[in-house]
Design a binder for this molecule. Structure first.
Ligand code: AMP
Ligand code: ZN
Length: 462
């Protein structure tokens, strides 16, 4: 397997530390629904995990749930996200409301990823359950001389690490205040960041506070991931994932903390997905264009059409979202389902086709190429039983529910299929009135039909 490692900016042959691959993905901050951009990041991590398994590796996947209030900017400024959520939802400003909100959005997140056939991680790490680990790591950083105290917290001294910023290839000297960081007169360097915030001054009223060697307060955001990933997977572990926005600050700081604490790398491979772009602008959790999986479902889209849509682009390419593109993916997926529904029981996997698929997916997860192998298979002169077996095998990674849909479609009664056939004849004769009447009849019998460029698709009424 070859993966593109952001650390070296090149594709590298994947060599795990042990046969069990340690994989960590930065999870959501649970103060709102995940938008479809966030979900692209998790579809990517899922494809990575399933590809590792397809190659015979065991995988231990850890994902965090950030339920501590953090600031809206990665770089220690902005509003506390949890407070923002309380205000937005007109909730009381207390710890109980925060717990309720994080519980609600954690559940919503899990439901979304389930609908996208994203396998749950082996371990969910809730930040509030790992405060002790974070404090332990901060103490190591302090002991090794990489931290200094200010009136409002404990900060990481980035000047002490000669290669600070290597992941992002940051030009530290060229950084200007405001470009990435806000001026804090007590900070020694522009890139220094908080390891621990003290509950003093403005922070006194912060709703989530824990006792620490630096007084009551709460941890910085970056320490969460360094502490939880190394605690659950060891240090170093194999692969760390996230969106490209995390390269310059969050992941850069995760690396700095882990290396300062233990003089060892945090992870060997850093993989980053490009953004889903809506109207050429980065989708944010606030402001315009906040599209969730429910927005898609309300417009009649199958969540798996969104998964398919994500697979049409390489994870390192930006992906432009619009409704026409999504519809094209839904049509393609329906077409795939129709083909599979017509196939008999699976016989044997075709080796040559599997080889093509494997070399595509093992080449830094080239999903567009893998999908083109799917369509080649369908159009090939292999027997239908072989096609079925081969596609089911590919679906271990693609996650498009081919077996389940085939079963569902095979449950469509013959009577319905016959009415659909009759309706097709009327449509060919352009007898729209008769065709519409039959559509109604089908509906009354509990089924829906959808006319696509590839033919008519039948499904059960919801
Ligand atoms: P957040 O909850 O903001 O930390 O984001 C969760 C994950 O989604 C992170 O890995 C982000 O890098 C990623 N992400 C955020 N916005 C987008 C986007 N528009 N497209 C793809 N990934 C994104
Ligand atoms: Zn993280």
């Amino acid at each position: 397997m070859v993966l593109y490692n952001t650390l070296d900016r090149k594709k590298e042959i994947f060599k795990p530390i042990k046969n069990r691959v340690g994989l960590y993905s930065c999870g959501p901050t649970v103060y709102n629904y995940a938008h479809i951009g966030n979900l692209r990041a998790y579809v990517f991590a899922d494809i990575l995990k399933k590809t590792l398994k397809y190659n015979g590796y065991k995988v231990k996947h850890v994902m965090n749930i950030t339920d501590v209030g953090h600031l809206t900017s990665d770089a220690d400024f902005g509003e506390d996200k949890m407070i923002k959520a309380l205000r937005r939802e007109g909730k009381k400003f207390n710890k109980k409301s925060i717990k309720k909100i994080s519980k609600f959005y954690t559940r919503a997140f899990k439901q979304d990823i389930k609908k996208l056939n994203i396998q749950f991680p082996n371990l969910w790490t809730k930040a509030t359950a790992y405060i002790k680990e974070m404090i332990k790591m901060i103490r190591l950083i302090e002991k090794n001389g990489y931290a200094y105290e200010t009136s409002d917290g404990l900060y990481f001294n980035t000047a002490k690490l000669p290669d600070y910023g290597k992941l992002a290839q940051l030009n530290i000297k060229g950084l200007q205040p405001g470009a990435r960081v806000e001026i804090n007169p007590e900070k020694k360097n522009l890139t220094d960041f908080a390891l621990w915030f003290k509950a003093v001054g403005k922070g006194k009223s912060h709703l989530m506070q824990w006792a620490s060697p630096w007084g009551k307060g709460w941890p910085g955001w970056h320490i969460e991931c360094s502490a939880m990933s190394s605690k659950c997977l060891g240090q170093p572990f194999d692969i760390h994932t996230g969106g490209i926005d995390h390269i310059p600050v969050h992941h850069t700081n995760e690396i700095a903390q882990a290396e300062a604490a233990r003089k060892k790398p945090l992870a060997h491979y850093w993989l980053h997905n490009e953004f889903l772009i809506l109207d050429k602008e980065k989708m944010a959790k606030s402001g315009e264009g906040f599209i969730t999986l429910s927005t898609l479902a309300n417009k009649g889209f199958n969540p798996l059409a969104y998964r398919y849509f994500c697979l049409t682009a390489h994870y390192r390419s930006p992906l432009n979202f619009n409704w026409e593109n999504l519809l094209a993916s839904q049509n393609a997926l329906n077409n795939l389902y129709q083909n599979v529904a017509g196939y008999p029981r699976p016989t044997k996997i075709n080796k040559e086709t599997k080889q093509k698929f494997t070399s595509a997916i093992n080449d830094d997860l080239d999903t567009p190429q893998a999908l083109s192998v799917v369509w080649e298979t369908i159009k090939s002169d292999l027997s239908n039983g072989e096609k079925m077996a081969t596609l089911i095998d590919f679906d271990k990674i693609l996650g498009l529910d081919l077996i389940k849909t085939k079963k569902d479609l095979s449950k469509i009664p013959l009577k319905i299929k016959e009415i659909v056939k009759k309706r097709e004849l009327f449509r060919k004769e352009k007898n729209w009135a008769a065709a519409d009447q039959l559509r109604q009849e089908i509906n009354n019998l509990g089924f829906q039909i959808e006319d696509t460029a590839q033919g008519t698709f039948i499904k059960k009424n919801n």
